[in-house]
Design a binder for this molecule. Structure first.
Ligand code: 2F8
Ligand code: CA
Length: 159
């Protein structure tokens, strides 16, 4: 009986090690944050929840360097940012899910020309959109229900 539970536990341990390894490899470090680029596609709310489940928050872009890093990494994908105007139409704010209490001050924005346009009065969540030649003009607003990839961020001071 002992031998059996030993074998089971060993298997479980190896499985957990593998899972941990997989997760670690999906994260990249840039300055004092770790970033996770999703392999799946989800709505904005589900993406936000996913990040919280990883001890992180939907990415908040605070600098030109951070914008360039994220744009470069997600080049082939559309990804959700933690930026929205779901509270008041036209008033864009960053989410406040960070353990450190992130600022909701919008700071510098990197919209594509003509965005945000709230197309069909139904676009309240910001994506960083792929295949844009100017890395400083890559945000677009889309309907929050659209399933796309997303990026999470955690600051290393909270690790
Ligand atoms: O031309 C810009 C316009 O392109 C699309 O609509 C046709 C985008 N919609 C989605 O990606 C769902 C708009 O957000 C964008 O403004
Ligand atoms: Ca738009």
């Amino acid at each position: 009986q002992l031998q059996t539970s030993y074998n089971t536990l060993t298997k479980e341990r190896d499985h957990l090690k593998e899972e941990l390894n997989k997760q670690t490899c999906e994260w990249r470090r840039f300055k004092s944050s770790l970033y996770y680029l999703s392999t799946e596609k989800k709505s904005w709310t589900e993406s936000r929840q996913d990040c919280l489940g990883r001890g992180a928050h939907l990415v908040i872009i605070n600098s030109k360097e951070e914008q360039e890093f994220i744009h470069g990494w997600s080049e082939c994908l559309d990804i959700y940012l933690g930026f929205h105007d779901t509270n008041t139409e036209g008033v864009w704010e960053w989410i406040n899910d960070g353990a450190l209490g992130q600022s909701s001050a919008p700071g510098t924005t990197y919209w594509r020309d003509g965005e945000p346009n709230d197309a069909n009065q139904g676009e309240d969540c910001a994506q960083l959109s792929k295949q844009v030649s100017d890395p400083l003009k890559s945000w677009n607003d889309i309907p929050c229900t659209t399933n796309i990839h997303w990026m999470c961020e955690k600051t290393t001071s909270t690790l």
